[in-house]
Design a protein around this ligand. Sequence first.
Ligand code: C2E
Ligand code: MG
Ligand code: MG
Length: 524
Amino acid sequence: MSADQKDPRLAMLVESIVRLSRGELSSRIEPSTARDEVDAVITGVNLLAEELEQVYEQFEKRVESRTAMLRQAHLDMMKMAMSDALTGLANRVALMDAIEEALNQAANGALPPALLLLDLDSFKNVNDRFGHDAGDRVLQEVALRLNSVVRESDVVARLGGDEFAILLPAATMDIAMQVARRALEVLGQQVRLDSLYVHSRASIGVRLGTAEQTPEELLLDADTAMYAAKREGRSIIKVFEPVMLYSRQLRSQMATELRGAISADELVLHYQPVVELATNRILGVEVLVRWQHPLRGLIPPDTFIPLAEEIGVIHDLDRWVMSASLRQLARWRRDLDLDADFQLRVNLSAVELKQLDLVDHVRTLLRELELPAQNLVVEITETAIVTRGEVEMYSLLSLQQLGVGIEIDDFGTGYSSISYLRELPVSMVKVDRSLLVELDTRAGQLEFVAAILQLIRAAGLEAVFEGIETREQADQLRAMGCASGQGYYFSRPLPAEEAGALLASTRHLRVEEGIDDPEVAPLR
Ligand code: C2E
Ligand code: MG
Ligand code: MG
């Protein structure tokens, strides 16, 4: 080949290098038979291309496997973000997605979704009494049971705490009610925790959605129905009705107002005498709070104390009652020459007993007002101390050490166990008024009350009966040897001024005729 004639293999080489640089790594150049320097370069380029191709393949494989790992991690994260770690059920986010999807389907002509919201009735008790591990196991069991009453296409979710939801993506009210009833049934069976059996009953709210709703509206409606179920009683199913929204609004308005009630000075205290049955001597008074609402008038505590507990206002409320009533007691002691053993009885909620500084608060007030601790009795409901939490026991023991009397209120309505009463630092038991209601009319009730009285005495405690409304009841209790009591028969709870006037005028209540109409003043 002459020098001015170009070797065609050079052109092929250039072309091949261009292809390689374009990424066509499989491109090769056929060496010639000349086996000269150019062929050596061609072979070198081919080897490099081979090497490049292999490295690239390995690289691709690595990228592929890393991408798969990333994809899996993403899926896992999605799953974690969409499910509840404890039960493996869908979580709120996943539920809302599913509701949205079902509502979209309904907008395109499918049946509307039904949403069931479930709240366990006494889950807090399980946690308090048996610990959080036990609580977790109950929640897991509930998840299993709820899964057993639905189909694959339905969504069971845990919304947090002891609140669950079931979404039936395309449903009718009939189907929704069937599922709700089955859920109630499976949850009605006790859950076994080692040697213990506990209940996992629930209240259920049901709402059949409409295509026009947003997922949030559907959830709120179902929640409102569940709320109504809870308020009406335990273990029931309630179907959403628009009027429920109204009462809920009213309640939330009341909650807002209640938050301001203390500072607006709208709480008032009434005082109901507790008397010695043998002599009608006034032993003391129970403080009962009322809410003087600017528009709604005088609201009884049964209406707002549970609300106060729910919204966390009870702490301030109880502290206010304690301090205002002790101040009242100090004024009476100064002005009225009360008996030395006169007792002011103040109701304390379960929440208050859990406050570490409760004892300090009481001690400081007593010191400031120069009141003997013996003049104060705190009334605590059975349910508040049945769990015997450490702080509760600390509060009770410290109050007792201070000299404050401790009384179990509403005895006979809850866990009533004399053996546990014996172990608690309490000195008195107030028997709930429901035990007296049928005293005159129901055969056997008298014996029952007598037996309760004996049990309380056997535990070394004193019994006080509340809700005495008739002369017969007072006579019967006196005949049984019951020492003290309170009720409309002796006196209704009175505003401070009237209570003061009563205490100023007499030490002994003169009761003539018993009353059945509580609006009629029984005092002469
Ligand atoms: P409780 O401590 O068991 O109070 C006794 C309730 O029975 C009072 O209702 C009282 O007015 C009522 N009562 C008294 N005699 C009779 C009677 O002869 N017949 C009938 N049918 N009822 C009678 P009230 O004042 O409505 O209080 C209800 C509950 O509210 C109280 O029950 C107590 O648990 C709670 N409460 C009241 N004041 C306070 C407070 O300051 N703090 C807390 N935490 N709870 C309070
Ligand atoms: Mg009470
Ligand atoms: Mg009571």
